[in-house]
Design a protein around this ligand. Sequence first.
Ligand code: PMP
Length: 457
Amino acid sequence: MAEYNLTPVSVPVVKTKYRTIQTAIPVPESLPYFEKLRRSEPRSMSGQPPVVWDHALGAIVSDKWGNRWIDWSSGVLVTNVGHGHPRIVKALQEAISRPLLATYVFPHEGRAELTDLLRQLAPKPDETTVFLLSTGSEATENCIKLAKTYAMEKHGPAKSVFVSFNNAFHGRTMGAQLAGGMPKAKKWLGTGYPDFVQVPFPDGYKNPDVSFDLFLRTLAERNLPPERIAGVMSESYQGVGPDFFPVDYARKLEAYCREHDIVLIMDEVQSGFGRTGKMFCFEHYGITPDLIACGKGISSSLPLSAVIGRSDIMGWYPPGSMTSTHSASPLAVTAAIANLHVLADEKLVERAARLGEWFMPELHRIQRKYPDVLGCCTGRGLVAGIQVVQPGTRSPNPDLATRINVACMQKGLLMFAPVGVGGECVKISPPLSIEEDALRESLAVFEEAVDEVCGAR
Ligand code: PMP
């Protein structure tokens, strides 16, 4: 994966409405922070471009040495309404000055308000309840637990198998990784978990067979009839792409789950809250999941996640037995309520769809300039990815992807480190609130960086 060089490099000065680069990059004065982090943290935490964030507002991230970047990361698809939205900041300031900072599972007003707001976003609000947690991994873990509990208790212990997809990412905790689909990331688990099974994802690029038959065949080959399956979970788009389901596949999957009382779970941790131009990405497929895992963009800021789901499944555990210490932590809840109001009032879901209409074709145009190394471009709304490959192949090229990322950083455009199965995907995810001229400016910067890196080979 990405390794960033910490030797400062002199780069051309940039001064525009949205970007300033006026020092060497990384900033020489920032190096002591990297040294401190190197001593006090595991190296797993060092994988992002070497910019020391000082403050972030809207679509702009600033360091304390006067440099400013247009942000194409949104953290990691967190800040859908923009960084430090004034309404979120104001709501937090009020909550802090009250103060109400921790409540455990004792009720507070915000929890009642937020669960009600989230329930209203579900396809069937009257049959839906909401469980608040802190991280995306907790939400997906909880979905796994609920699906297996429901299926095994209702239909007997044999209905215990949990199906997910190759290349899936559901978090880094144990259950989330058991359901994850990246063999390298889950090697530490060893073997011996026959209840967790992965099937190919119909992305059409890494796996050209997008038929639902492949799903059925894969399970049949493993002797897993639907009577054994408790739940199926997928990201609504796979983050490594982004890769979307063909509509026909998603609908067949839904019908299969309905027919056999299998809990259908959509992981919307990354794709939810407007990112793809719909509130939830599964709306593009016209399906109704039983459980929805949420996180990231739910608050655009503080750590909060949720499971939104069918009341009969959600209600399986009696009072006191499905909780978490920081469930509905008041500040995170305050931020999420303000965030949901901003998303609605500023019509940011519609905005993502509208901006994507011209932004996506532009990204495709840039990808097509270098088809031998930019293998494909996918996206919807304001999330996109370009797969960087070894010339003329589909093999990952993480080095070239990282060089594009570094060139952008040096010009005042910030992205998180390339993702993908082998670190080959340049992921593009600006805040949904990004000013249109900032989006156009950043696109021009991206093209310049791609031309320099890909054109100079
Ligand atoms: N599911 C998906 C689809 C994600 O993208 C992520 C985070 N990248 C997670 C789950 C895990 O979320 P967290 O890092 O908050 O645990």
